[in-house]
Design a protein around this ligand. Structure first.
Ligand code: B12
Length: 242
């Protein structure tokens, strides 16, 4: 009897590996594709629903952001650049992107909570003339999840807005996001302003799609990161040196 049970059990496992697992993988890949497509289509409700379902299916939220939100952003941006999408489509897709990130990230460990891991405090904001916030919000969430306190000062911030808020909140690091080639110039302006008025009191980090390490070096920022996970590593390193 025991042998029969063990045999059936092993049979089930091998059936799982041979039959169910590949089928499950196909279903999950389809779900990722569906989320990506609904972002491209600018369907916020559908995106929210699919993102919630993906969590129930056990998909890793961060991986899902990487595998569906990032590629969707690239496609939407490209279509906008080519004139295939107009501002309305861009805005609808942006709302769907925000919904996906919101649903997925509130479910990662500690997501959505203000952290007091005691590691240090970062002020984050988007520079003057720029309303792009999705990337900054992603950086903010991942920093908090990793025990770093974050003050999110929002968007369209002037150099003096950054400095005032940093003084008020007694932060260790000031992070500036910029998503456009013309607004990234304000990272230089704000860095110079902060250095002129407070010397090296605050570590300054920059990021956003058009920025690079070369740019960060040129404007004498203390750090740059291409994405949210590397921003966490970089901030951890900066705080450890304090
Ligand atoms: C969504 C979006 C919008 C939304 C923004 C919604 C919102 N609340 O954020 C809306 C519809 C409002 C919008 C408006 C506009 N947009 Co727009 N938009 C985009 C789009 C499609 C995606 C941006 C995004 O959210 N990316 C997703 C996030 C996850 O990526 P990310 O921001 O790069 O962030 C990551 C990293 O860069 C890094 N990071 C980001 N910030 C920071 C900060 C620090 C400190 C660190 C360390 C790291 C870091 O980590 C993040 C997470 O991994 C891009 C296309 C693209 N390919 O990027 C165009 C794009 C940025 N927009 C563009 C334009 C032109 C505009 C408008 C001028 C359009 C118009 N005619 O009105 C306006 C600008 C309004 C303004 N004054 O800011 C252009 C910019 C071109 C340029 N080179 O200057 C782009 C590139 C589209 C294109 N291909 O033409 N946009």
């Amino acid at each position: 009897m025991n042998y029969t049970c063990s045999f059936l059990f092993l049979l089930e496992i091998s059936k799982y590996n041979k039959v169910y697992k590949p089928v499950l993988a196909i279903i999950l890949t389809t779900k990722i594709e569906d989320i990506k497509q609904s972002i491209i289509d600018g369907d916020e409700d559908k995106t929210r629903k699919l993102a919630e379902e993906s969590l129930l299916d056990g998909l890793d939220p961060l991986k899902t952001v990487e595998e569906c939100v990032y590629p969707a952003v690239a496609i939407v941006g490209e279509r906008f650049e080519k004139g295939e999408y107009f501002l309305t489509e861009l805005m609808l897709s942006a709302e769907a992107m925000k919904a996906a990130v919101e649903v997925l990230l509130k479910n990662i460990k500690g997501g959505g909570k203000v952290s007091t891991g005691g590691k240090g405090k970062v002020l984050l904001g988007t520079v003057k003339g720029d309303v792009h916030e999705i990337g900054k919000n992603l950086v903010s969430t991942l920093l908090m999840v990793n025990g770093i306190d974050v003050v999110d000062a929002g968007k369209d911030l002037s150099p003096s807005d950054f400095l005032r808020k940093a003084d008020e909140e007694k932060v260790n690091v000031i992070g500036m996001s910029a998503l456009m080639t013309n607004t990234m110039l304000h990272q230089r302006e704000a860095t110079a302003y902060i250095r002129e008025n407070r010397g090296r009191t605050y570590k300054i980090i920059v990021g956003g799609a058009p920025t690079t390490q070369k740019w960060a070096d040129e404007i004498q920022a203390d750090g740059w990161a291409p994405d949210a996970p590397s921003a966490v590593l970089m901030v951890n390193n900066l705080l450890a040196k304090e």
